[in-house]
Design a protein around this ligand. Structure first.
Ligand code: GDP
Ligand code: CA
Length: 308
């Protein structure tokens, strides 16, 4: 049973930890968002790919919710003392990974190649793929102006209301090597409980990825990132309210029109008739511990009709 998962960072990573606990990780392929990648202090940082890698390798800091456990911050403090930028937090251990990635990219490796190397070095058995190797970047349009994603999200604490989201580079971007095959050869496709606009949106903005999903012959199941109409963390609920007009399961499903067969929603949300014959499946979607993560993964496979 092969599963391919479209994923952002933290929410996607939580889901993936449950999935690899219930299916053979050798049969899991992950298509990760790269549109919030950023260059910091000369280093290429891929926050979503790294959240996944750290989570699956058991290296993530679960309390802080991002970055690595047992982290220290000497390099960043030193950079700041010497007048370097320090608003984007990079820990010492994290920087070690970014150094290796950045060197490989400068030597001509693709992001796909270097991501595979990093994943292997971290002991991952599943396949971790960036959605694209082409430059694809999310921009947020707000009353205060248009901001690069991390400027809005981190530097401005995502306080500006979002009028529109756009994905620079999307028209030219092609799926990275392995992505279309992973979708075409999957027995089940999952859209993780990630932010529909800034994590999954950029992946679906790559035309050939969207087309591969649209022509699927296997079930595609999305998991809602909302519980009781609210994001567990981050701006997904505010974005849905403004950009989709509400935070019900129907509003979440409207982000994935024509691309999903079922939407897994939380017990706290009201099941609804969804457009396009999309089924709602009710589960407990809060992934607060290992057991909850496993249970959600099993519910998703069950919703797809492919029990583990
Ligand atoms: P990011 O790229 O690091 O921002 O992470 P994602 O886009 O992958 O995930 C962010 C989303 O995960 C947020 O909208 C959260 O509401 C959602 N999320 C986080 N934890 C949980 C959880 O336990 N259950 C559900 N259903 N959603 C979650
Ligand atoms: Ca992200």
């Amino acid at each position: 049973m092969k599963a391919t998962v479209l994923s952002g960072g933290v929410g996607g990573a939580r889901f993936l930890r449950g999935l690899v606990a219930v299916v053979d990780p050798d049969n899991v392929a992950i298509v990760g968002n790269v549109a919030d990648d950023i260059e910091v202090l000369g280093l290429h940082v891929s926050p979503d790919l790294d959240s996944i890698l750290y989570a699956l390798a058991g290296l993530a800091d679960e309390e802080r919710g991002w970055g690595r456990a047992r982290e220290t911050w000497n390099a960043l403090a030193t950079a700041e003392a010497f007048g370097g930028e320090a608003w984007f937090k990079l820990g010492d251990r994290d920087i070690g990974l970014h150094l290796v990635r950045t060197q490989a990219l400068r030597e001509g490796a693709t992001l796909t190649e270097v991501t595979a190397r990093l994943a292997r070095a971290a002991g991952l058995r599943c396949t971790l793929l960036p959605a694209t190797d082409d430059p694809l970047r999310t921009f947020i349009e707000s009353p205060a102006g248009t901001f690069a994603f991390q400027t809005w999200f981190v530097a401005r604490g995502h306080r500006d209301d979002v009028g529109a989201v756009h994905y620079a580079g999307a028209p030219e971007a092609r799926a990275a090597h392995g992505v279309l095959a992973a979708i075409d050869e999957a027995d089940v496709i999952v859209i993780a409980p990630s932010n529909p606009y800034v994590s999954i949106g950029p992946i679906l903005a790559v035309d050939d990825i969207r087309a591969a999903l649209a022509r699927r012959r296997v079930p595609c199941v999305a998991v809602s990132p909302l519980v009781d109409g609210r994001a567990v963390k981050g701006p997904a609920d505010r974005m849905l309210a403004r950009l989709a007009g509400g935070t019900t399961p129907a509003h979440v499903a409207s982000c994935y029109t024509g691309l999903i067969d079922a939407l897994v929603i939380d017990e706290a949300d009201a099941p609804a008739e969804l457009a396009g014959g999309v089924r709602t499946v009710v589960a407990r979607t809060l992934m607060h511990d290992e057991e909850a993560r496993r249970r959600l993964a099993l519910a998703v496979l069950d919703a797809a009709g492919t029990p583990a």
